[in-house]
Write a protein that binds this ligand. Structure first.
Ligand code: S3P
Length: 169
């Protein structure tokens, strides 16, 4: 029998600002499982920030790096993995992630997302147009993919990080 409470990776997906990093770090502490973040792994590989990668090489190149990172995640690591918001854009990523863990979708409405991330310009997709309209547009484009990929859907509206973690557990 496994000594782990969750003998698999927990994979957090969802739009920017839905709390994937904050919830991932908290879950990691509570469950004693290591935490990792695909964005940080991409940055380590490229030795550049996400912003620099988008600016110098473009989104397509970023998506290739992200795909390579996802492919390299190990099944048996018992980790909490916070994914970049666009990881679900490639079907191969979703397939690979499903083999490696339980996919938990964190959700929030465009207004809430806007208020959580406004003023943070580290996200290239919203750098030029940080608005509720732009967030709504990208959310609408992605909604079906997020829902289709998810094995568990958690609404984060009006909830603390602790409450979201409790719900996931
Ligand atoms: C992206 C989300 C970002 C990062 C990149 C692209 C997206 O991650 O991967 O800027 O396409 O939604 P976070 O969701 O952690 O902000």
């Amino acid at each position: 029998q496994s000594k782990h409470l969750f003998p698999y990776n927990i994979v957090l997906i969802g739009f920017m600002g839905t709390g994937k990093s904050a919830v991932g770090k908290q879950l990691s502490q509570w469950l004693g499982m290591p935490w990792t973040d695909t964005d940080r792994m991409v940055e380590e590989r490229a030795r550049m920030t996400i912003g620099e990668i988008f600016e110098i090489y473009g989104e397509k190149y970023f998506r290739e790096l992200e795909k390579a990172v996802v492919q390299d995640l190990q099944h048996g690591d018992h980790m909490i993995i916070s994914c970049g918001g666009g990881v679900i854009l490639k079907g191969e990523n979703v397939e690979a992630l499903k083999k490696k863990g339980k996919l938990v979708l964190l959700q929030a409405g465009a207004d809430t997302i806007y208020h959580r991330i406004k003023g943070d310009f580290s996200r290239p997709l919203l750098k030029d147009d940080m608005s509720i309209t732009q967030i709504t547009k990208i959310l609408d484009e992605r909604r079906q993919r997020y829902l289709k990929a998810a094995e568990l859907v958690i609404d984060t509206e009006n909830k603390s990080i602790d409450e979201v973690c409790h719900e996931i557990i």
